[in-house]
Design a protein around this ligand. Structure first.
Ligand code: FES
Length: 167
């Protein structure tokens, strides 16, 4: 049984977590809030990389910063960039899928060694080599690829996106 203070803190965390999870508008609003929202992480990050409002954790927990100032194409919905961070073992396509919503998937097709490209008008990624198609969440939409692209949870804090790399 928890003490009153612990119970109250847990209750606040539960409320905060439910407010933050899956809410585009709130995520966009909170992106400019004063305190570092990574400090307020109370729930495990969603594994749905396409969801809005995933609350990033700390770099020590495997979260990697992608500064929007270095990737202006991501500022508008439909924009995408390839982000290569060898030091973080990341080679991903980061997409602005809808207003305030971002997704990131592994850049290399699971069928071979070709780079996939984002087709925002169709909300998918396509491989130029043999035509495989993947959803923004990495799932296979059309072969010959049979395995999904790895999808990375994405959260936004201020003017940065944070991608979670499994450790
Ligand atoms: S390498 Fe991508 S479809 Fe074959």
């Amino acid at each position: 049984m928890s003490s009153g203070a612990d119970g109250s803190r847990l209750e606040r965390r539960a409320v905060l977590g439910s407010l933050l999870h899956g809410t585009c508008a709130l995520a966009a609003f909170c992106a400019g809030c004063g305190p570092d929202w990574r400090e307020a992480t109370v729930l495990p990050p969603s594994t749905d990389a396409g969801a809005c409002g995933v609350t990033p954790g700390s770099p020590g927990e495997g979260w990697v910063e992608v500064k929007l100032s270095e990737h202006p194409a991501l500022r508008e919905p439909g924009g995408s960039v390839v982000v290569r961070l060898p030091e973080a073992l990341l080679d991903v396509v980061v997409m602005h899928t809808a207003s305030g919503c971002f997704a990131a998937v592994w850049h290399i097709c699971t069928h071979g060694d070709c780079s996939v490209s984002y087709v925002p008008g169709e909300a998918l990624l396509e491989c130029p080599c043999h035509g495989s198609r993947f959803g923004e969440d990495g799932r296979v939409l059309r072969g010959p690829a049979t395995r999904p692209l790895h999808a990375f949870p994405v959260g936004r804090v201020g003017d940065s996106l944070w991608l979670h790399r499994p450790r």
